[in-house]
Write a protein that binds this ligand. Sequence first.
Ligand code: ADP
Ligand code: MG
Length: 373
Amino acid sequence: MLEQLFIDKGNAYLLKSKDLRSTEPLHSLKFMYLAKDYFVRAMLEDNVNVRYAGYAQYKELQKESWDFALNMIANSGHGADSGSSGSVSDVEMSDDDWPNESIVKSNHKFDDIIGYDYIKEKFKVHMIYPMVCDMPFKINAPNTILMYGPPGCGKTFFIGALSNEIPDGDVYYIDASNILSKYYGETSRNLSQIFSKVKENKNNVLFIDEIDALSMTRDSNDPVSNRTLSTLLTQIDGIDKADINLIAATNRPDLIDSALLSRFNSMLYVGPPDKKEKEFIFDLEINKQIEGHMPDLVVADIAHYMCDKELGGLKYSGRDIRRIVTNVLEIASIDYVVNGSFCIDNKLFYQMIDESIPGISSKSLEIYDDFRI
Ligand SMILES: Nc1ncnc2c1ncn2[C@@H]1O[C@H](COP(=O)(O)OP(=O)(O)O)[C@@H](O)[C@H]1O
Ligand SMILES: [Mg+2]
């Protein structure tokens, strides 16, 4: 049976093509263990978020050199891009001479995120209200929030929106796997520098994406990783006095070191969208991606059809929905150019849904259930 390794920036999946349901989510960090940091580095250098690789090649990768990894990534090409990983999606990173983090610039706001009202509320209470209103009291607890949940459900997207909601202060973004692999050996120093920089303005927010990459270290005998975790803990403890806000995100809360976990005041679950939310995300993406009115579409029925496809605990994410809308547009464009006509209707959406695999496996959802207990 042909097996494929599907990799995206924060996640990797072993695809068994005969039975797509058996897709198993692995995590990039496992790759750092399996393939040292070659693979993560290769992805970063290649600057492409999603690639496919043969399983045999992947095994080779564990033995082979950095050059091999780069080569393999460059030449692998079962072609299909699954859509961008979206981990920084429409969050634009500004150029900065700072090597490891960037100030988030984005053009969306909380209203562009469907659902998750409890998370928006939390951000407002802890970060926005104190900036816009002279509060008669101050919440003294450090603002440390961990967002966790399956890939593609909007964790990173939230940060772009937050950057547009806070009136005074910047949101700094760092990708933990990036900082660990690309600047291996200097990670600890870089982390301290980033915290210092963010602390320059008490209204700044630091967002650490895929934070498990920085914290999965107690098990390892790697001194660099252990030092990184210690630095991170010390820096977070310093937040209390500095008054800044820390938000972190992860798909794998179960891998996070318990000392680090205990530093987060709030842990917020960002789960898969329900039927109504799917409908709204479809609506949003259709409006975003298609100019012009689509009178033939009954979006509620598309969301309904999608829910019916979620068998065996598999779930579609917001990112899956975005990709399906893109796929529909691709087909319509080809039709228009080749045949001179096109039709964007529910049937075409159903067809694209039939051809897609939900990005969230039931196994991965179990992780979050266990974590919540
Ligand atoms: N609730 C949502 N509302 C609107 N768009 C969403 C939502 N969830 C996901 N998306 C879309 O999916 C993309 C991927 O989400 P992302 O934030 O990268 O996921 P995560 O960080 O949780 O893996 C986003 O850029 C956005 O376009
Ligand atoms: Mg993300």
